[in-house]
Design a protein around this ligand. Structure first.
Ligand code: ZN
Length: 450
């Protein structure tokens, strides 16, 4: 039998994941993400398919570039079933609600209509069914779905579709195996693989030393007498950092300066993490179930409201601020950046992938001034990067993941990467593994045996 995969988003780009698997008698979507960075305007374009004709939407994980357009899909007529792990469902609701605030602000700024409202989020949550890893879900047209652990963020999954002995796996984002909190990515042996390639052309030797590097950055930042500002994604990155900072402080390896978590969303996500111990690595699960508050320590303070957040900036003492908004595109993180970037004693630590066109990317590229809130802000603070906190695999480890599936895979489709990154990895898969690897363009279709 034949099916068709359509690459409607996350092809030739790292954001906006959206794939359609059409088996003839069944239409299933995988992910429905928001585009971020340069092609944000594309979010307002109509879907390339009729949302009402889709029976199931499978969600790999709760990052906004995989879930951010679900409420728009519902608004535009989708009335099928949304399937993800239970943890992903729990994380998705606060993330979507938080995104709505930012989307509303951005829409006003750009003079565009808001993509959706709170009623569409509520409607999406009513259609949403949480399942566990390895639970087999029959779909129409003789297809069976399973979710496998992707090891990327809590509850992250690969979507595994099977029919007539043939299989296709959509990897979603694949964890780097560097999180102490999560289980490693499961091995898969599918016929076809639609795989992410965010870091398809990068190697990150520092993954193993990220804990020591974080220790050095904190020591250096405190010694310089300023503030260490860490803009971090609210999901996974913040929890990884809290876990490691807690360890460094409890073991007396860094000075016990106050740590402020200034992101109401990250606080909610941290609570949702603690409510789902079964999704953690076994030793962490045991510690949580034994009553250990793995993200809590005496000098950690949660910033409740925006007033408190503003007051923080008038306090000159050394401190660490973990602020929301990983791509530095809005929220309180931006207000802190305006405060600390011009301060030569302060340090800005960038901990993950920054999409082209974002402020974070310009800082990594060495920008000396930035445009924030319509004003030019000089960059005098020390800018440090620590890629070891990326929740993604690097080029070597993506290749290794494909290699383990080489016994079964007929073709690998590389998505969720900037073109140079995907092309580079495709070439390596062809050269080193002798497998067929393609980089689909946006809107392209591929016929598969399924
Ligand atoms: Zn992700």
């Amino acid at each position: 039998m034949q099916s068709t995969v359509y690459f409607y988003g996350g092809a030739g780009a790292v954001t906006g994941s959206n794939f359609l698997l059409d088996t003839g008698g069944g239409k299933y979507l995988v992910d429905c993400g928001l585009r971020q960075g340069l092609d944000e305007a594309a979010n307002w374009e109509p879907f390339a398919y009729d949302p009402a004709g889709i029976s199931h939407l499978v969600i790999t994980h709760a990052h906004l570039d995989h879930i951010g357009k679900i409420p728009k899909l519902v608004k535009d007529g989708f009335a099928g079933v949304i399937i993800s792990t239970t943890a992903t469902k729990a994380l998705a609701e606060p993330i979507l609600r938080d995104a709505l605030e930012i989307l509303t602000r951005n829409a006003e700024h750009h003079g565009r209509p808001v993509l959706y409202d709170a009623t569409h989020i509520a409607a999406a949550m009513r259609l949403w069914r949480g399942i566990g890893y390895h639970e087999k879900v029959p779909l129409p047209d003789g297809v069976e779905l399973q979710l496998l652990d992707a090891g990327h963020i809590l509850g992250s999954a690969m979507a595994h579709f099977e029919r007539g002995g043939k299989t296709i796996v959509f990897t979603g984002d694949l964890g780097g195996g560097n999180s102490p909190l999560l289980k490693p990515t499961e091995e898969v042996h599918p016929t076809y693989m639609v795989m992410e390639s965010t870091y398809g052309d990068k190697t990150r030797p520092e993954d193993a030393e990220r804990f020591e590097r974080l220790e050095n950055v904190i020591e250096d930042a405190v010694a310089r007498g300023g503030t260490l500002l860490i803009p971090a994604f609210s999901t996974e990155r913040t929890q990884d950092l809290l876990f490691d900072i807690r360890k460094l402080m409890l073991e007396g390896r860094v000075p016990e300066v106050p740590v402020y978590l200034d992101s109401p969303l990250a606080e909610k996500i941290t609570h949702a993490y603690m409510a789902h111990p079964e999704y953690f690595a076994d030793d962490i699960r045991a510690r949580i179930e034994g009553g250990e508050a793995i993200f809590t320590f005496p000098n950690l303070h949660y910033m409740q409201d925006a007033d408190e957040s503003r007051k923080l900036d008038s306090n000159p003492a050394s401190k660490i601020i973990l602020a929301g908004s990983g791509m530095s595109s809005g929220g309180r993180g931006l207000a802190h950046e305006r405060q600390y970037l011009p301060d030569k004693n302060s340090t800005l630590l960038i901990v993950g992938f920054q999409a082209v066109g974002t402020i974070g990317r310009r800082l990594i590229e060495g920008a000396k001034t930035l445009q924030l809130y319509k004003e030019k802000v000089p960059v005098r603070a020390k800018v440090e990067t620590l890629y070891g906190y990326s929740a993604h695999r690097d080029s070597e480890s993506l290749l290794e993941f494909v290699n383990k599936a080489a016994d079964s895979v007929q073709e690998v489709f590389l998505v969720h990467g900037e073109p140079a990154s995907s092309m580079f990895l495709a070439q390596r898969i062809r050269d080193y593994l002798g497998l067929k690897a393609t980089v689909p363009e946006l809107g392209q279709a591929a016929v598969i045996e399924l």
